[in-house]
Design a protein around this ligand. Structure first.
Ligand SMILES: NC(=O)c1ccc[n+]([C@@H]2O[C@H](COP(=O)([O-])OP(=O)(O)OC[C@H]3O[C@@H](n4cnc5c(N)ncnc54)[C@H](O)[C@@H]3O)[C@@H](O)[C@H]2O)c1
Length: 407
């Protein structure tokens, strides 16, 4: 097994899991702009909560150095794996790919022999246009399908490895095959399905896969809205629907909407890519998520006793945890925040119980109250996207649509 030198740029969920995975068999330089992350990783402490990453850092012999010095890392690298953010820019209506672009320019200037692997999610057609712009074709797009919090696990047991590259260049083909080989060799699952395709098709795979997940979440949420409005048992309906193996009894637990870093922005980017192409469904998925949050906010306000004539400020809604999933402390772009904004617009007060935040601090202009008894006493209604055994004794105050206690 050949040992390659790999620079991984960006130590978020994607980059960190890649760095740990690849450092089992290769020499990895992990680059970030945040000193704290570099120091933690060099002391074998995970900068992110992820059980498998924590365990691998503690117990495995990894050839992994975290560094601030991107130029030194590029210069040594056979492969540069880019895992920096691509946030959705709602003014420009597409991803802000400027960080990816600046890393690519720097790598080409510093070490044009290195194969660049883009793992950041990018608009459909991005890699090809970047290659053309630079007249440089050693760029591969390798979409990432991990779940936050299970990032390394999902790379140890990948559902598939998709590698996108363009043209007939033999060296690039070999580099793409070698990279896929490295990912497979570092995985625990064998064999792993590897799919080679054009970079534009690979970019489309990533956005369509996430939009399908968003569609599925939205479908069961809309079913649940219907059931709640009509006074029906959503659990029975979902069980009946999902007994058909073509539909499947999984990923069907109602929630307050899809959220997290990827689904909201990836669906919007796919819709932007549809410009000039007929569509109804992609836009509907995005709209459905917003409608769901409107509905949930209204249900909460009703349960809390809100009316147009009431003294809204005196009503206190308690938010029980901000994360999307049980056992997660990651709440970036979680759907509850959209629900909170809607409740705030009515002038209703909100307090938050969230052990990942400091008691007495403030989040979205709401007080964090981590004394559970005080939180319960002060809340007219307790809102939980995912329920918890801790809430059993106060069930009559709780509003949740977590019917199956999973996902
Ligand atoms: N989080 C996911 O579940 C997931 C899944 C699949 C794909 N993706 C995609 O992968 C990309 C990264 O996602 P993430 O969740 O890991 O992001 P993240 O925001 O958690 O981490 C990005 C990291 O990049 C660092 N960074 C920013 N600018 C940098 C620079 N110039 N040089 C070096 N480091 C820099 C940041 O400090 C941060 O540590 C995004 O495009 C995202 O859409 C994310």
């Amino acid at each position: 097994m050949k040992n390659y030198t790999i620079a991984v740029i960006g130590l978020g969920y994607v980059g960190l899991s890649m760095a740990v995975l690849l450092a089992q068999n290769n020499t990895v330089y992990a680059v970030d702009v945040v000193q704290e992350k570099i120091d933690m990783l060099n002391n074998r402490i995970s900068p992110l909560k992820d059980h498998e990453i924590e365990e691998y850092l503690r117990t495995r012999k990894l050839n992994l150095t975290a560094t601030f010095d991107s130029q030194a890392a590029y210069a040594k690298a056979d492969y540069v794996v880019i895992a920096v953010p691509t946030n959705y820019d709602s003014t420009l209506n597409h991803f802000d790919t400027s960080i990816v672009e600046s890393v690519v320019s720097d790598v080409i200037a510093c070490n044009p022999r290195a194969t660049i692997v883009i793992k950041s999610t990018v608009p459909v057609g991005f890699t090809k246009s970047l290659c053309n712009r630079h007249g440089h074709h050693r760029i591969i797009f390798n979409p990432e399908f991990l779940r936050e919090g299970r990032a390394l696990y999902d790379n140890l047991y990948p559902t598939r490895i998709v590698v996108g590259f363009d043209g007939e260049n033999q060296e690039l083909r070999v580099a793409a095959e070698q990279f896929a080989g490295m990912l497979s060799e570092c995985a625990l699952k064998a064999p792993v399905d590897v799919l080679f395709m054009g970079s534009t098709e690979a970019e489309a795979v990533k956005l369509f896969a996430n939009t399908y997940l968003a569609l599925r979440v939205s479908f069961f949420n809309e079913l649940d809205t219907y059931a709640e409005m009509r006074g029906l048992d959503a659990r029975q309906i979902i069980q009946g629907v999902c007994s058909d193996p073509r539909i499947g009894n999984y990923y069907n637990n109602p929630s307050f909407g899809y959220g997290g870093y990827c689904l909201p922005k990836d669906t919007k980017q796919l819709l932007a890519n549809y410009r000039d192409v007929p569509e109804n469904l992609i836009r509907a998925v995005i709209d459905a998520n917003s409608t769901r949050k409107d509905f949930i906010a209204n249900q909460i306000l009703q349960k809390a006793g809100y009316s147009a004539l009431c003294d809204a400020e005196k009503i206190v809604v308690g938010i029980y945890k901000l994360a999307m999933k049980t056992d997660s402390d990651n709440f970036r772009h979680s759907s509850i925040q959209g629900v909170m904004r809607r409740i705030q617009q009515k002038g209703v007060s909100i307090i938050i119980y969230e052990p990942a935040l400091v008691n007495g601090s403030c989040f979205m202009d709401c007080d964090v109250v981590n004394d559970f008894d005080e939180f319960v006493d002060r809340s007219a209604v307790i809102v939980a996207n995912r329920s918890d055994s801790k809430l059993e004794t106060v069930a009559s105050k709780v509003y949740s649509r977590d019917l199956f206690r999973r996902d």
